[in-house]
Design a protein around this ligand. Structure first.
Ligand SMILES: Cc1cc2nc3c(=O)[nH]c(=O)nc-3n(C[C@H](O)[C@H](O)[C@H](O)COP(=O)(O)OP(=O)(O)OC[C@H]3O[C@@H](n4cnc5c(N)ncnc54)[C@H](O)[C@@H]3O)c2cc1C
Length: 380
């Protein structure tokens, strides 16, 4: 009988144990403020410590500083980090997708220059896809790259760019050609400290300004050696990248900590018939999503690009993340209002945060309507 893709091998279980031990030692529970999924704190020191163990850029070949590991190994590490609310923000995008993009499309010089630094947890990347008039419909991006004697001059506006204020580089989707919408797109590696780059933070719902930004690109010079892959290949690259971006634990695990802390702080309610039923339902859904997500990681290891399956996981996973928040709030049956002299508990803080963040789960990385359409086309 073939083993289920969701069954971890002895080596994968051993890796999980090592990550758990590392977290317990480096970030003892109660000594830090856990975050919700990939949007958790940015902490370059933590990223460096993780990289020292070889847990960033794991799938990168050893000659570029990685470990030649499988997508499932990364899955195992990432699941543990997110379950712990670890501060993964600094290296998240580089580890999840940029390393893969460079491996697939980068030149040898780009690989030798950037991959070792990504694997050391040094680099923070941001993704420059969305624009004021191009979110779901990325083929209509207006940011334009114009040929110049020294390379390409890029001008336009990117929006909702997570971590733009602290990123070293942006991978920007730009229009470089006329004619067919999709074939006129290319991707550039933009140094965020280049002349002509202006980052304007966009206030988040709670007023904080360190989450995402509008990035104005005004005649930014991109030398030829910073073009990713070939000119005109941007759309194809983007589509391939989304399989990595959409199927991982970060798309269904963000609110896991809420359930854990709810059980810890409200044991009576959690074990009541209503609470028990809810937790049972959430656990069952969590388990199904985890199995699907692991199956996609195994498919990636087998050399496939399961874009439609990844879209389906993100659609179901992010709805699940939202359901966790709304069903716990319903069970508690109370407003998020506290007397000023009362310090909210960890569960209360996580619930507040999750209530603010939850609406974005089904928007960032592709809205649910778009994902349904990708899945329907790909699976039909
Ligand atoms: C927290 C957060 C972080 C983000 N980080 C980044 C980032 O780092 N980099 C980046 O590039 N972008 C980022 N985004 C932007 C995100 O990818 C876009 O918001 C998203 O793709 C939707 O685009 P839009 O906002 O332009 O909405 P629109 O595309 O205008 O969509 C509006 C509504 O119309 C629906 N709709 C649109 N087209 C169709 C269609 N064809 N069929 C059916 N329904 C449709 C959508 O589902 C949605 O409900 C982030 C967004 C959030 C919330």
């Amino acid at each position: 009988m073939a083993a289920s893709p969701a069954t971890l091998t002895a080596a994968e279980l051993e890796l999980r144990q090592r990550v758990r031990a590392f977290l317990a030692e480096t970030l003892p529970w109660g000594t830090f403020e856990p975050g919700l999924g990939m949007a958790s704190e940015v902490n370059p020191q933590f990223s460096a410590a993780l990289a020292e163990r070889g847990w960033i850029g794991m799938a990168v070949p050893t000659r570029y500083g990685g470990r030649d590991a499988a997508a499932v190994d990364r899955f195992v590490v990432v699941e543990e980090l997110l379950r712990w609310g670890a501060p993964v923000g600094h290296h998240w995008v580089a580890d999840r997708q940029i390393a893969q993009v460079l491996l697939r499309y980068g030149t040898e010089d780009q690989k030798r220059w950037l991959l070792p630094r990504i694997c050391k947890g040094e680099l923070c990347f941001c993704i420059g896809m969305s624009e004021p008039d191009a979110g779901s419909d990325l083929a209509s991006v207006r940011t334009r790259g114009v040929r110049d004697a020294d390379g390409w001059r890029v001008s336009g506006v990117k929006v909702w760019t997570s971590n733009a204020m602290r990123a070293d580089f942006m991978i920007a989707l730009c229009r470089t050609g006329e004619g067919e919408r999709h074939r006129g797109l290319s991707r550039f590696l933009i140094d965020m400290r280049s002349p002509g780059v202006t980052v304007k933070p966009i206030p988040y719902l709670d007023g904080s300004t360190d989450h995402f930004a509008e990035v104005v690109l005004d005649g930014v010079l991109v030398p030829d050696e910073r073009v990713i892959g070939e000119i005109g290949q941007g759309w194809t690259q983007n589509a391939a990248e989304l399989a990595f971006e959409r199927s991982g634990p970060d798309r269904w695990i963000s609110t896991f900590l809420l359930v854990q802390e709810f059980i810890r702080e409200h044991p009576d309610l959690a074990s009541s018939s209503q609470g028990g039923r809810l937790i049972g339902e959430l656990a069952a859904q969590y388990w199904v999503l985890r199995r699907l997500s692991l199956a996609v990681a195994r498919a990636i290891d087998a050399g496939r690009t399961p874009a439609a399956e990844a879209a389906l996981i993100k659609e179901m996973g992010t709805r699940f993340e939202q359901d966790v928040v709304s069903s716990l709030r319903q069970l508690l049956d109370r407003e998020l209002v506290y007397p000023l002299d009362q310090t909210p508990s960890l569960f209360e803080r996580l619930l507040r945060r999750a209530t603010l963040d939850a609406p974005s789960f089904t928007i960032r990385g592709g809205t649910n309507e778009i994902l349904r359409s990708v899945a329907a086309k790909g699976l039909s």
